[in-house]
Ligand binder design. Structure first.
Ligand code: SF4
Length: 125
């Protein structure tokens, strides 16, 4: 165990939509009995890419004692997920993440992706 940043899931808020599963490249999150769960602490690197997509704010980063992240354990899962990965697209101009950098954003309770071309326009709206 080591004190580190790791995802915390509020089960009361989680509605089981599953939107957080795909952004986690390491496969740390799965739906279990209709709720998101960190299936193995060693797979969560605490990067927080899942945070922005949760429509109900059920995900936060916590600093607590947890198993250390294991790149070795995550690598085969990352390789497997990459084979079936569906590229995300900007919610505004529809450009794919293969062709632009995408950032998770939220607006009026919706989880969206914004590319770096559209983001400045949104900032100045
Ligand atoms: S995105 Fe949020 S509400 Fe949906 S499954 Fe993940 S934690 Fe639950």
């Amino acid at each position: 165990m080591t004190k580190r940043s790791i995802i915390q899931i509020d089960e009361q808020l989680c509605n089981g939509c599953g939107l957080c599963i795909s952004p986690c490249a390491e496969g740390a999150l799965e739906l279990v009995d209709g709720k998101a769960k960190v299936v193995k602490e060693e797979l969560c690197d605490g990067a927080g890419f899942c945070l922005g997509v949760c429509p109900v704010g059920a995900l936060t980063l916590d600093i607590r004692d947890a198993d250390p992240f294991s790149e070795q354990a995550a690598e085969p899962i990352k390789a497997q997920k990459e084979q079936h990965y569906i590229a995300q697209m900007c919610s505004f101009c529809r450009i794919l993440e293969d062709d632009a950098y995408l950032l998770p954003i939220k607006h009026k309770g919706k989880a969206l992706w914004a590319c770096t071309h559209c983001l400045p326009r949104l900032i100045h709206q």
